[in-house]
Ligand binder design. Sequence first.
Ligand SMILES: Cc1ncc(COP(=O)(O)O)c(C=O)c1O
Length: 357
Amino acid sequence: MMLLNPGPVNVSDRVRKALTLPDMCHREAECDELIQNIQQKLLKAFVPGAESEYVAILLTGSGTAAVEASILSSVPIGKRVFVVNNGMYGQRMSDIVASQRLGVPELKFDWDTPADPEKIRTALKHHPEVSTLAIVHHETTVGLVNPVNEIAKIADDLNRVCVVDSVSGLGGEPIEVAGSHMYVVAGTAGKCIQGFPGVSFVLIRKGFIERAVKFPKRSMYLNLANYYVAMEQGRLPYTPAVQVCAAFDEALNELLEEGVDNRIQRYASCAALIRDGLGALGMKMFLPAERQSNSLTTFYLPEGLAYQDLHDRLKERGFIIYAGQGHLSEKIFRVANMGALKQEDFESFVKAFKEIV
Ligand SMILES: Cc1ncc(COP(=O)(O)O)c(C=O)c1O
């Protein structure tokens, strides 16, 4: 089955085989080594040249665990989080903050509109109680990319900490984590890094996590300072999903061999194939070309064809597409191109789509 949903993704045979490593106790040296290898590879891939300034904290949990941990661990006492909300995942960040009964100053943009850096600058100036700016990099709701590099620099200039949800961005979209002074970036194994779901991670600036150790603990399991303190003693505090981590390590080997820039280019070419192929069949895209990500395309549903029908007919032919969310659920469908898939796979998809419409 070809997974054209935005994660979990198809993985390579090499990554699948890594799941079957010999049984391992998480309190033994070989597991410590596996975790440390993953951490080093994450830093090499996403903060090249600034590895000594960041730490990578590994969590057992899906992408939301990494996002929730990032937010809950980054707020000093008496301070607030400002959320930029232009999709379901921005909304989720707001919900996470609200779950703490913290007021949520928010700046909303339409789902087809990238966050405006200057509006964010003005809003931050009006909110002195805000220490932390939370924003999604790639809004998977419709495949919209927010200009997080520019926004993180603005936050840093105004002495605020930028927390980025790059769960569906890292490996698929360019991002300057260290260069833009992003303090906290959440990611996951099971999307553009092409591992399995179940482990996620946070890249965090060392100086910041050292300060965050003194922040109020708003969660026990999802407190990044707890992980950092344990990591300094060479261990993870809780039992990791060992086998999923082994596959993640192999997925990171593949990513580093391919090169992050080449992975991004490959995704861009596959997205172009889908857009050209379906465009030639008369399908209309929800976003203008310049706002679209490299790994997901949102199309309007063809006239007279309901999503479930389209989904089921494609599934019969071996392809999984993804429904729209919220107010767009009856109007659109999404096609992702994350994962270990080849150009030929997308050509077959376009062919199957043509048969149906
Ligand atoms: C941008 C973004 N953030 C967070 C998540 C949540 O990840 P998970 O479903 O792995 O918890 C997703 C999932 O698609 C996402 O696309």
